[in-house]
Design a protein around this ligand. Structure first.
Ligand code: PMV
Length: 323
């Protein structure tokens, strides 16, 4: 049997602004997806007959990317991510499955994280009508801290460039990483799920409409970009207080863009007394918030009391790997 794990992700800075070409910063988290494949007499997923049309990411990886024509496979997937909540669960699934399939076809070979990032991005695009940012797929594949941007980002390590032909035209991104200093080993993220799914496409469209009706609001994107740069600098030098302050500032800008909700704001406020910084993470409109803290148990309790479901993780864990 071939088995692999790929982590989920949490966006620390730059959601929504990244759609306008500014950088976004995401970290890989402890939680993720495990995929295993083994030869079988018929195609199964989780013990049931595999129906390709219901699982576009899996279908795309097996048949379009690998062009697999071998014997049927028994596929098993385990996830401890909240799905449709901005944690990158479909990208983690795509990475884990592509890695497991690669190891099934080429036992004893090494995993190529950049190749896997590109495969997972193409699966996301296939499943999302040609529109997908490479943030989730590259963070899950590379692990650590990943910076996705329209342009090169000073102070980061450039890993690869990628592009996608979307219905709105060709889009290009540069994928970079930042080393996480050891002083951040004592810090945790507590992610709080509102219980409501996060409609990324709807929220991106809502922000586009807000900007088109109020062109002066584009300055919010520039502010998020400056906060992202400051937050990235703080992260690179292990300045936890600065990183937290930048997260607080980012949440305020996202509120100005009207992507927060009363529930997200309540959870952010509840986490504050025990946190270095807190913000919504991902598209907003539901989904999750995140707090940076040295006291994850207290923050998890506060999130639970305010109605959320908490999950504790370290920052910038290892990317896709064989098990
Ligand atoms: O899908 P989520 O919740 O991880 O958020 C995506 C981040 C956005 O900037 C809102 C959209 C995008 O494509 O980058």
């Amino acid at each position: 049997m071939a088995k692999a794990f790929a982590p989920g992700k949490c966006i620390l800075f730059g959601e929504h602004a990244v759609v306008f070409g500014h950088p976004a910063v995401a970290v890989a988290i402890d939680q993720g997806v495990t995929a295993s494949v083994t030869e079988s007499s018929n195609w199964t997923l989780e013990g049931n007959r595999f129906e390709p049309s219901r699982h576009p990411h899996i279908e795309h990886i097996i048949h379009n990317v690998f062009q697999y024509e071998g014997p049927p496979l028994k596929i098993d997937i385990e996830s401890n991510l909240f799905s449709a909540a901005g944690m990158g669960s479909s990208a983690a699934l795509s990475n884990a499955l592509a890695a497991a399939l690669h190891l099934h076809i080429n036992p004893d070979s090494k995993l190529d994280q950049v190749k896997l990032a590109k495969m997972a991005h193409s699966a996301e695009a296939f499943a999302q009508k040609g529109r997908a940012s490479p943030t989730d797929s590259s963070t899950s594949a590379l692990g650590g801290c990943v910076v996705v941007s329209g342009d090169r980002v000073p102070g980061t390590i450039h890993v690869f460039d990628t592009s996608l032909n979307t219905p709105e035209g060709n889009r290009e991104w540069t994928i970079n990483t930042v080393s996480i200093p050891s002083s951040l080993n004592d810090a945790f993220l507590v992610i709080g799920f509102t219980g409501d799914t996060s409609p990324t496409g709807k929220m991106v469209a809502k922000v586009a409409k807000l900007i088109s009706n109020n062109p002066e609001m584009i300055s919010e994107m520039e502010s998020i970009s400056k906060i992202t740069t400051a937050g990235l600098t703080a992260l690179s030098v292990g300045n936890l207080d600065g990183l937290g302050l930048a997260m607080d500032a980012c949440h305020q800008r996202l509120r100005n863009l009207e992507v927060s909700t009363p529930k997200l704001d309540r959870m952010v406020e509840a986490a504050k007394p025990h946190s270095l910084g807190s913000k919504l993470t991902g598209a907003g409109g539901g989904g999750c918030m995140v707090s940076l803290t040295n006291d994850p148990t207290r923050v998890a309790e506060a999130i639970e009391i305010s109605g959320g479901t908490p999950l504790i993780t370290r920052l910038g864990t290892e990317g896709v790997r064989a098990l």
